[in-house]
Design a protein around this ligand. Sequence first.
Ligand code: ADP
Ligand code: MG
Length: 441
Amino acid sequence: MESVASSLWDKILEKLKEKIPEQTFATWFFPTKGISYDNDTIIVEVPNPFFIDWIEEHYLNILSDVAFSILKSNIKISFRANKVETIRHRPELKEIISYPSPRTNLRDRYTFESYVVGNSNHFAQAAALAVAKAPAKTYNPLFIYGGVGLGKTHLMHAIGNYTLLNYRDLRVFYIPAEKFMNEMVYAIKNQETLEFKNKYRNLDMLLIDDIHFLRDKESLQEEIFHTFNALYSAQKQIVVTSDRPPREIPSLEERLISRFQWGLLVDIQAPELETRIAILKKKSEIDGFEVPEDVIFYIANNIRTNIRELEGSLVRLLALSSLTNTEINLTTAKEMIGSIIGSKKKQINFQIILKTIADFFDVSEESLTGKRRTASVVLPRQVGMYISRELTSLSLKEIGTKFGGRDHTTVLHAYDKITNLIKEDKEFSNKVDKIIRKLTS
Ligand code: ADP
Ligand code: MG
C-alpha cells in the first residue's frame, strides 16, 4: 500500500500547507512520507523521534481535520521515526505537492494543460490565456469570479506559470488577499511599510486571489487601491479573483469597483456534465489509474457543483480500492462512495421540481400531473419522474401518484429511459443537468 499511503499523505499535506505558515510547513512536513495505509491508519515516516512529539502535540488535530475533509471518514495518523534522513530530499514530493516557489508563490501543478475547458469556463480560460500570452497588453485587470471550488485559483496559477515560460525574467507574484493583508499588518507593526510597498509596486504581474476578502477592510482596500494604481500606470498586469463580481462585494469602495471594471470581468460557472466527466478522466489519468467509464459517469452525475468535491470522491475511491484490493467497477464504487454521494444529495421539494420542469419545458404544471399523454408533455413528465427519484426521498409509487396516478413501473420505465437518454444524447444530458443544477444550487 505504499503508493496509496504516499499519495494520500501528499494530498493531506497539500491541504495542510494552506493552513499553516510556509516556514512551519517546510520545517516539519517537508521531510515526511506516508509509508503505509491500512485499516484506516496511515503510517507516516519522519526523520527522528523529536518530530513525532512535536507534530503530535501541535498538528495532530489539524491533520485529522484535513484528512477527514479529504476522505470523509476518520483515520488514525501514526508516526514512525526513521533515522535515515534521505527522505529529506525527496524530489518527487516537491513535484507532487508542488511546493510553491517563494519567488512567485506559484504552484507548478496548476497549468493550462491540466485545466479542462468546457462551456462553463471557456470564456474565463480564453481570457486567462490571452493575458498569459501578452501580459498587460490585452485585458487589464482581468477579474475572474465564480463559486467555491470551480477553478479560479487553478486558472490564476496557470496564467502565472504560462507567463513565466515565455518571459522568464518577469516578476510574477501570486498572493491570496488574506495573506496580503497579513503581510501588510506585519509590515506596519515592524515599520517595514516601505519594503512592503516596494515589493508589490515593482512587480510585472500581480495575482491577487479571493479579493472578496476585502469586504469591510478599509485599510486593506486603500493599500490595494494604491498598489493597483502604481502597477496599472506602469502598464503591469493585474489579475484578481473573487467569489462574486466587484459590485456585489459588500462595502467595497466605489473607486476600487470602478478600477476592477476597467478591464475584463469573466465568470466561471458550475461545470456541466461533460466537463465534469472530462475533469475526472483527466485526474485519473494524471494519477495513473484506469477508472471505468460508468464509474466516472456515476461520480460526475452525482456531484454537480464543486470540482474540489468531485476530485475528493475520486481520490477516496482510488484510495479505498487499492487498500482493499478491490477492482473498481460500478458496484464497488457505489459501495465505497455511495454514502458520501448520497449525503451530498439535497432533498428538494416536489412542488419546486414540478414548477422548474414546467418552466423549463414551457408546459403547465397541471398537464405534467395530468392524465393526458400528449407528445409535448410525455418527455417533460418523464424528466420530472427521473428528477423526483434523484432528488427526493419519494418512493416510485409516490412519484407515480403525484404524476397523474401512474403506477410504479411507469416511473421506473421513465427513470430508465431518461438514464439512457442522458448517456446517449449529449444535448439532452446537458438540459437535464441544467435543471438539476438549478434545483440544487
Ligand atoms: P476555486 O479557487 O475556484 O475555489 P480551485 O482553483 O482551487 O477552485 O479548484 C479546486 C480544484 O478543482 C483544484 O484541485 C483544481 O485543480 C480543480 N479544478 C477546477 N477546475 C478545473 C478544471 N476546469 N479542470 C481541471 N481541474 C479543475
Ligand atoms: Mg481559490
